[in-house]
Design a protein. Structure first.
Length: 163
């Protein structure tokens, strides 16, 4: 007679099928994780593309180059050559000598010697651009703008009702 198998001792075939099931579950889990990671990467790239598109739209909104053709032509100021921008020892020394000569000639000028402040004011008025000033609005004690006070006419209100 054969020895009966108890429920506590699984057979070898049963053991293999259980291992296969565990392995299949692990494979399914890894496949789900892989799909989730791929979906998250795709979603991240989509949001990055959306951000990039929205930034480009905002930049297009601020692009005023199309209005350039309607603006009047302006004389471009003469820009110094790039060599004048570079300040090495020799060019700095030349600049100091040049500006020193200009300053000494300015100090010797008869208009400056007669009234220095008036000469400086005149120079500033000649060189500064004209600014159109708008009349300032009056403010009340609290710093707010004054409101127009409404005048109530009792007689005008009664006349309109009689009509």
């Amino acid at each position: 007679m054969g020895k009966p198998t108890s429920r506590l001792e699984p057979s070898v075939a049963d053991h293999k099928s259980r291992a296969d099931r565990k392995f299949e579950k692990k494979l399914q889990f890894y496949a789900r994780v892989k799909d989730t990671v791929a979906a998250l990467k795709a979603q991240k790239s989509i949001t990055q593309k959306k951000r990039l598109r929205s930034r480009q739209k905002k930049l297009k909104a601020y692009d005023l180059s199309s209005l350039k053709e309607f603006l009047p032509e302006l004389k471009e100021p003469q820009k110094p050559t790039p060599d004048e921008f570079k300040l090495n020892c020799k060019s700095r020394q030349k600049l100091i000598l040049k500006e020193g000569k200009r300053l000494s000639s300015f100090l010797k000028h008869p208009a400056f010697q007669a009234d220095p402040l008036a000469a400086i004011c005149q120079h500033l008025e000649m060189t500064q651009p004209v600014v159109d000033e708008k009349p300032k609005k009056t403010k009340n004690k609290n710093g707010g703008k004054k409101k127009k006070e409404k005048k109530l006419k009792g007689s005008a209100g009664s006349q309109s009702m009689e009509m």
